[in-house]
Design a protein around this ligand. Structure first.
Ligand SMILES: [Zn+2]
Length: 351
């Protein structure tokens, strides 16, 4: 583990993750269960960040203070001068969700991961990229039966993102990447892109950070992907091996912000006797109806338990690899976008 001091005296520390990893790994799982060791988690100890109302990562890929790439951490003077110098060539708009992530991950997991990947991408291209204030709520009506989930309509979500993009353009930014961290937003953004590009006339793209991943590559270090590819999972486990609240997302959280991972064992899970039907008040049913017409046969309870089980496989080491793959992918893509803007090419370019 490298230890170095940044110019802002950030101290790279090995951060204890408390009992979260230990308890997550303590109940039965497909892998040999051993607690996530404190040595697996590295973070930048940034005094004061924890009190912020907005999500921050505590990771840095280099010695640059992560706050340097976050728009809402700049003064108007700093932004003005960076624009005058021509430093800022592009912006990233993170989009997330505030939604249930099983028993162990915080509701803001998706906005946190979208912001993290945006920040890690911007750090790789420093000082060319600024990360805008994220969209913290997305389209997630199908999670409403679990307490705490918030959702926007598709129209409101689209309008939020579009108007943030318009604001950035007004300040002279001509290359904008929307970095999405929530599955429900993915198609809404992709479908909006052609019209937005036509209206705005800038280099614009929207990419879910998970687009960087290929199943075969993830199967080399994520157990749930490996078991799925080998056909060793039943139908329910197969459906839940993807990111939502399982091994994948839990690993990212353990690597970047372990304090957002709670201590939950399968015994805790089973003792809670969860039944998502019980959250189905008439008001909630209005949200759920389009996704759950077969209410009595919906396997969501089984899927939820499978996700909880797969979360036990998460480690900070796996999360670091996932973050590296995605931030590398996004920074290459954004570099190409900046190049297209500078050459006056229409995005997406043919090559
Ligand atoms: Zn998520």
């Amino acid at each position: 583990m490298k230890t170095k001091l940044s110019r802002r005296n950030f101290i790279q520390t090995l951060t204890a993750i408390g009992s979260a990893g230990a308890a997550l790994a303590s109940s039965s799982c497909q892998e040999s269960s051993k607690p996530v060791s404190t040595a697996q988690v590295a973070s930048i100890n940034t005094a004061g960040l924890a009190s912020s109302p907005l999500p921050y990562s505590t990771m840095s890929s280099n010695s640059i203070d992560p706050r340097k790439v976050l728009l809402w951490e700049q003064t108007r003077k700093e932004v003005r001068e960076a624009l005058q110098r021509g430093d800022i060539k592009a912006a990233i708009v993170p989009t997330g969700s505030t939604e249930q992530h099983n028993e162990h991950l915080v509701l803001g997991t998706d906005v946190a991961s979208a912001t993290l990947l945006s920040e890690q991408t911007a750090l790789r291209l420093y000082p060319q990229v600024i990360v805008s204030t994220p969209c913290p709520v997305g389209w997630a009506p199908y999670h409403m039966a679990r307490k705490g989930t918030l959702t926007l309509s598709k129209e409101t979500f689209r309008a939020f993102v579009f108007e943030v993009i318009e604001s950035l353009i007004a300040h002279g930014i001509k290359t904008i990447l929307v970095c999405n961290g929530h599955g429900g937003n993915h198609h809404i953004l992709k479908q909006a892109l052609p019209e937005w590009r036509k209206k705005l006339g800038i280099t614009l793209d929207a990419i879910s950070y998970s687009e960087a991943y290929k199943d075969e590559e993830l199967a080399t270090f994520l157990t749930s992907y490996k078991l799925r590819l080998e056909g060793k999972y039943d139908n329910i486990a197969e459906q839940t091996a993807d990111s939502h609240a399982s091994e994948h997302e839990t690993s990212i959280a353990l690597a970047a912000y372990p304090e957002r991972v709670r201590s939950v064992s399968m015994k805790d899970y089973d003792d809670a006797k969860l039944n998502y039907e019980s959250g189905m008040t008439p008001k909630v049913w209005e949200y759920m109806k389009p996704f759950d017409s077969q209410r009595t046969t919906n396997p969501e309870n089984a899927r939820d338990r499978a996700r909880q089980h797969q979360a036990l496989l998460g480690t900070a080491e796996k999360g670091k690899k996932l973050i590296e793959i995605s931030a590398t992918y996004l920074s290459k893509k954004l570099q190409k976008m900046i190049h297209a803007t500078e050459k006056g090419l229409t995005w997406p370019t043919k090559t």
